[in-house]
Design a protein around this ligand. Structure first.
Ligand SMILES: NC(=O)c1ccc[n+]([C@@H]2O[C@H](COP(=O)([O-])OP(=O)(O)OC[C@H]3O[C@@H](n4cnc5c(N)ncnc54)[C@H](OP(=O)(O)O)[C@@H]3O)[C@@H](O)[C@H]2O)c1
Length: 261
């Protein structure tokens, strides 16, 4: 299917590794110009190099920390100046630290809020005029925790739900301008983050990481972790012009993990 993405300009945040990078790569493969972002310049440049080797699309990079308002402003300005427009915003971020309620003080709650919810709010605000002008697309990356809280991830359980509320509100508010807003909820996709969280769980349970993965796969109907490109392909459809009537939805990409209706 031709997604008609050729020549569109996409800003994909937190895209030097993992899900963000896979989305950036998929959009570039479909012909989008893509702005990549992350805090570590080496990782960022190597992601850009890798994607440039696979596609002819324009790839730009901007180092920046999504918890800093001035970095977000600079990121959006650089995207606008690199491509002359912003058609697509993919809001992604690093995951908040794992832990239970008693583990976190006010400062840690505040940091998680700034990373996982406020950064999305700021990015949407900064891109809003461009997205309205383009009848653009927003996809907010969250987690399966929007449907079912995950043990030992209370910060995600709380703030991802806020992102879902934001997405639903914006789907209403921006529909008259032709901007479609959707949420994507990954279950267990094989990235550095899942590797890290599985390691922490293995320490807690005093078993091996392989045992943790084997146990986790038992609760996934498809019996395995997803690959980042399996999520990226769904995102590419959501932000494409082939998607004309799907907005305000939360799409679980989890191999059937969450049983909620
Ligand atoms: N993978 C899954 O199965 C899964 C499931 C549910 C939810 N999620 C959520 O989806 C998001 C992406 O997950 P992932 O698995 O791709 O994570 P990952 O492998 O840890 O990659 C995170 C990316 O975010 C960047 N990043 C982290 N903090 C940042 C910040 N403050 N400012 C700018 N960039 C930042 C990292 O680059 P730098 O470190 O260089 O900044 C990296 O490019 C996370 O929020 C995660 O919690 C993932």
């Amino acid at each position: 299917m031709d997604l008609h993405l050729k020549g569109k300009a996409a800003l994909v945040t937190a895209s030097s590794r993992g899900l963000g990078k896979a989305i950036a790569q998929e959009l570039a493969r479909e012909g989008c110009h893509v702005m990549l972002n992350g805090r570590d310049s080496q990782n960022l440049l190597s992601a850009a190099r890798e994607i440039r080797q696979l596609t002819d699309s324009k790839i730009a990079t901007q180092v920046g920390d999504l918890t800093r308002d001035e970095d977000i402003t600079a990121l959006v300005e650089k995207t606008r100046s690199a491509f002359g427009r912003i058609d697509i915003l993919i809001n992604n971020c690093g995951g908040p630290p794992g832990g239970s309620f008693a583990d976190f003080d006010d400062q840690q709650w505040q940091s998680a809020f700034e990373l996982t919810l406020l950064s999305y709010i700021r990015l949407i605000r900064a891109c809003l005029n461009d997205l309205r002008a383009a009848k653009g697309r927003i996809v907010n990356i969250t987690s399966s925790s929007i449907r079912q809280p995950i043990p030992h991830l209370v910060l995600s359980n709380v703030f991802r739900a806020g992102v879902l509320g934001l997405s639903k509100s914006l789907a209403d508010e921006l529909a008259p301008d032709g901007v479609l807003v959707n949420t994507v909820a990954p279950g267990r996709i094989a990235t550095d983050r899942t590797h890290h969280l599985d390691g922490l769980k293995a320490e807690r349970l005093k078993c091996s990481r392989e045992d943790v993965v084997r146990e986790a796969c038992k609760s996934i109907p498809l019996g395995r972790y997803g690959e980042p490109n399996e999520l990226a392909q769904v995102v590419a459809f959501l932000v494409s012009n082939v998607n004309t009537y799907l907005t305000g939805q939360a799409i679980a990409i989890d191999g059937g993990l969450v049983r909620a209706l």
